[in-house]
Design a protein around this ligand. Structure first.
Ligand SMILES: NC(=O)c1ccc[n+]([C@@H]2O[C@H](COP(=O)([O-])OP(=O)(O)OC[C@H]3O[C@@H](n4cnc5c(N)ncnc54)[C@H](OP(=O)(O)O)[C@@H]3O)[C@@H](O)[C@H]2O)c1
Length: 308
């Protein structure tokens, strides 16, 4: 599998597989199914696993750790990322020092590990105090509990605000992107037009991340809307599926692979976070690495997007 060298600004290198297993939906998997999913991921060359303290209310991290132990995966052969900062029970976001520190201790206990390779702040907290975040990150780094830090769902100004206080490079920004969910691409194509595509809702985050060498992690690569459903094989998207299926056939591949290849083809060199719990879909997604996608714009247009 192709890898991405993440710019860490430190001697501590971070080389990640282009595909990542997202663990949001694994909380109810029985042990045998979880082991099969983990093995399939490792077999295709995935070395990076995305968690969050809220996935399955913490259960996803436990299910994953138990599988790592059963399968006998060496800790230093994989990279573990988790996120904190959402408090669903209280209906709030929380980037306070106390909350970040307590969250990481919980994450480490559930993942049965001494350290996280990456910690992300999950969703922007309107009440963020960047100096407090910096203190929390310093404590975590000094204690050897977290190697690298990043954010999720943040715009350029929010990242700048944090980065002014935080000495460690923010290495990732995790953002939603799929063939059927492209606001961060649309605005750049429609600059200075009067149509809705031109509305910049994210402060130009994709170009900003490229400028700053922040690696984008694309979440929900097969979903449209905010978890409204999967667009592949969905009769709501006849034109898009016709194009994707044709290209898959021409490449002797699968529609899953084409949907992933569309993200990988973007020169931002994004990592795709797969949320499937099906081993065969992991193998299908990995087939995206076997061909070069030349129909990027055709697929984009097939999703109902127009060019100016
Ligand atoms: N930072 C954030 O705010 C944020 C938000 C959401 C998610 N994430 C991360 O992103 C990861 C992926 O999110 P996601 O699970 O919504 O993404 P996804 O990969 O787009 O969706 C996976 C879901 O689609 C289903 N599916 C049905 N047909 C499929 C097909 N042909 N190919 C692939 N999947 C198909 C899967 O079912 P099966 O399991 O039955 O295959 C699974 O339920 C999460 O695990 C999490 O790590 C981050």
């Amino acid at each position: 599998m192709r890898t991405i060298s993440v710019e860490t600004g430190a001697t501590d290198a971070l080389t990640i597989s282009e595909l990542c297993l997202g663990c949001m939906r694994i909380n109810r998997l029985p042990p045998a199914s979880m082991d099969a999913l983990l093995k399939a991921s490792l077999d295709v060359g995935i070395n990076f696993f995305d968690h969050a303290d809220i996935y399955g209310n913490g259960r996803s991290e436990e299910v994953f750790a138990a599988s790592v132990a059963r399968v006998g995966v060496a800790r230093d052969s994989i990279l573990l990322q988790s996120k904190c900062g959402i408090r669903p029970a209280e209906g709030m976001f929380d980037f306070s020092k106390e909350h970040i520190l307590a969250s990481v201790d919980g994450i480490l206990a559930r993942l049965q590990t001494d350290y996280l390779d990456v910690l992300l702040l999950h969703r922007p907290d309107a009440l963020v105090e960047p100096d407090e975040v910096a203190e929390a990150f310093a404590r975590l780094k000094d204690a050897g509990k977290v190697r690298h830090f990043g954010v999720s769902n943040q715009n350029p100004t929010q990242i700048e605000l944090l980065q002014r206080a935080v000495p460690q490079r923010l290495v990732f920004n995790q953002l939603q992107l799929s063939v059927a969910f492209t606001p961060m691409i649309d605005a750049g194509i429609h600059v200075n037009n009067k149509d809705d595509f031109a509305v910049v809702r994210d402060g130009g985050v994709l170009d900003y991340c490229r400028l700053k060498n922040i690696t984008v992690q694309a979440w929900s690569p097969f979903q449209y809307g905010l978890f409204e459903g999967v667009f592949l094989d969905n009769p709501k998207f006849p034109e898009m599926n016709a194009v994707i299926d044709r290209i898959a056939k021409e490449r002797d591949s699968t529609n899953t692979a084409v949907a992933v290849a569309w993200i990988s083809r973007h020169p931002a060199r994004m990592q795709t976070i797969l949320g499937t719990t099906t081993p065969q879909r992991i193998r299908d997604a990995a087939k995206s690495q076997t061909f070069v996608l030349t129909e990027w714009y055709e697929i984009y247009r097939s999703a109902g997007n127009v060019l100016p």
